[in-house]
Ligand binder design. Sequence first.
Ligand code: HEC
Length: 489
Amino acid sequence: MSRLSVLLLLAGSIGCGSSSPEPANPVHPNGGSKGTASGGSAAGGTTGGGAGVTSSGGSDGTATGGAAAGAAGGTGGTAGTNGSTGGSGATPSSSASAAYSDIPCNVAAVLQNNCASCHGATPAFGAPMSLTRAADFTKKAKDGTHTIGQAVITRINDDQTPMPQPPNARLNAADNSTLATWIQAGAKAESCSTSAATTGAPDAVLTTDPSGPGITCYDIKARDSSGNKFSVPTTPDLYHLFYYAPPWGTTKVHMISWRPIIDNKAVIHHWLFYNSDAAVADKTDADGGGAHPNAQLTCGWAPGGRGFVLPDGIGQDVSGAGFVLETHYNNTTGAPSPDSSGVRVCVTTNLRPKEAGIHWLGTELILLPAGGDAVGTCTPTAVTGPVNILAATPHMHLQGRRMKTIINRKDGTKETLLDKPFDFNTQIGYDTPTVIMPGDTLTTTCTYGGAAIYGEGTKNEMCYNFVLAYPNGALSSGSFLRKNGCTGL
Ligand code: HEC
């Protein structure tokens, strides 16, 4: 089957949910030569007319190759991770050593294990340069005042915009010192004759999908209006929106997992996936980003994020009438480049006993002409028993620097739900398994680096912590416009 027909098939599979009158698409076997790995059987024999899982068919899909080592997908037994542990896996990779041929072995190992997924011989995910040859470290950095080597030392010790970028793990003290010592001594070329540099290739995204009666997975991806790959222009920092009607139609479903589909590493930087209350024009797309009136962040991915599997017995409410996949591109290849990255969501029509929903913590009282903190305390009115918080996804705009949510226990003690640096360009979720009891409140503090005025455009600011919790609606103050809103207003 030609690539084009695979793509057309794929495009057709979206919007062909179980209630669709269109004929069912054949289930396309997973795994092109280098596409996404196993797990596609999830779709076989599921709901009548189910669209089936198709291979995402990326020419260099990151979901391939040994990554299964770290994959928790498919078990459903434990919550997967939104990415907080992503990137630390050490998956053997045999082909990368040549790239480090003039870097000492111990340094090469640090680079290979921690930087190569973005700063490889061909930089990916918006990284501006390779870090694979000694000479890469003595070149001038972007601003021209210092070398890349100096920038490396700064960034590996920078708590606000660290390298590796979140959600990838920071360097441990030994690796930090190995890299910094070599750079400080002049980043001298020295050949590595052993194979010490050949371990580790951190692209450990989930590679399998849950399977079982009632479960169908859908790929919601970048595409043009004909369903072909989206042609990414060379515009720097392009934000583009892809609109989808729920591919399962009006049938009530629970989302039980999501994982990233990464097609064109050279141009995709990150994406956010919103479920909006209002319907959208299916299969359309438009430039823009940041403004999502009445839409909640269902999940978000930045390089290093792995995906998420809901725990057994819990399903996520995705009943908003429309979906928006917001992609951020950085195409520096010099020519338009096709991409079909996005998200694979698996849903079940066998509704799980417990329903989790996204709750809006934070505040809209943001009026900080010189930056600073905006604070909102959520006093839930709907809590009559324990509320289980599974994950938290901070959302601010360009001036956002840090988000913190503190649990104020009824007995006066305080616990930290989340306290993380924020970077608009790498918005990710964190696993935050916690139980809230009646009488507890949640205070969210958003810190801004510059003028911050509330609004929906990218240049205005927001302060939302999208908290996934069950029972659905429990963290609602009942006084706020948005569904499950719980702010200090
Ligand atoms: C998940 C992808 C990813 C990983 C892993 C990663 N980086 Fe980066 N890096 C980026 C991106 C994207 C940028 C550009 C945006 C920015 O500066 O934050 C960048 C920028 C940088 C810069 C700034 C370059 C300049 O000219 O100012 C340095 C230095 C850097 N990275 C070093 C490292 C080192 C060292 C490692 C490993 C220890 C690493 N990075 C791991 C994605 C990554």
